[in-house]
Design a protein around this ligand. Structure first.
Ligand SMILES: NC(=O)c1ccc[n+]([C@@H]2O[C@H](COP(=O)([O-])OP(=O)(O)OC[C@H]3O[C@@H](n4cnc5c(N)ncnc54)[C@H](OP(=O)(O)O)[C@@H]3O)[C@@H](O)[C@H]2O)c1
Length: 207
């Protein structure tokens, strides 16, 4: 699959590396331009190339953002229309400044900014070191560590779940975008290493 990645920091670079290792083709971008990504591209090796944000958005059948949430309005809505779009960012007011949510989850603000995109919130609740180190593609899914996801488009959820499995994790569906606050900072499920059974039990306990 062709995957565009927007953001080349801890989580974007880690995901790009894992997607490429699983046999996908990745175009990764950041705020400073493709020429600043030469070292990362060389380090990851085959399967990954440097791109501008627009190029990464156009390249991906699936596009993932891993940027500070406060920057979300810079995501190119026209280029992302029709795409399965993974939002991995978290809202931290101390880093992102005050962003008025109007009672919506962060992923819903992103969906409103990208009306044509098929938004799935995923990877936001997994510390990048665990993402980097804990994938076990050869293990049965029920024995793997969980990556939580949520979204309103069932097919998009299925595609993202497949990618999560490709890199050795177990996808667990948290619910709709409105329910994605259950995987946001402040939730008991946020950034916890869990097996799927444990995650489902915790989510059921949240009502
Ligand atoms: N760190 C984690 O373990 C983790 C886990 C899950 C989710 N998250 C969330 O994922 C997001 C990224 O976290 P991180 O730790 O990977 O951050 P990071 O290491 O600081 O990297 C942020 C990346 O975003 C890029 N960027 C910033 N503004 C951009 C814009 N407007 N357009 C395109 N690229 C832009 C930066 O580009 P430049 O390098 O060119 O500035 C940088 O490559 C955050 O929202 C964070 O809360 C983090």
């Amino acid at each position: 699959m062709n995957i565009g990645v927007i953001g080349s920091g801890n989580i974007g670079a880690t995901a790009a590396r894992l997607f490429a290792a699983a046999g996908h083709r990745v175009a990764i971008s950041n705020s400073r331009g493709p020429e600043t990504l030469a070292g990362l591209i060389e380090e990851i090796g085959p399967g990954v190339r440097a791109a501008s944000v627009d190029e990464a958005a156009e390249f991906g059948e699936v596009v993932m953002e891993a940027i500070p949430f406060g920057q979300y309005e810079s995501l190119p809505a026209d280029k992302l229309s029709g795409k399965v779009f993974i939002t991995a960012s978290n809202y931290y007011p101390g880093r992102d400044g005050e962003v008025e949510h109007g009672g919506l989850a962060s992923s819903e603000l992103i969906q409103n900014h990208l009306p044509g995109a098929r938004v799935v919130k995923a990877f936001n609740a997994t510390y990048f070191v665990r993402l980097r180190d804990n994938g076990r593609p050869d293990a049965p899914v029920e024995e793997r560590e969980v990556v939580l996801l949520s979204g309103d488009d069932e097919e998009a959820n299925r595609i993202v779940s497949g990618l999560i499995e490709d890199i050795g994790f177990a996808p667990v569906d948290v619910g709709t975008l409105a329910e994605s606050r259950r995987q946001e900072p402040g939730s008991p499920a946020y950034n916890v290493a869990m097996r799927p059974a444990e995650a489902r039990e915790m989510l059921a306990g949240m009502g």
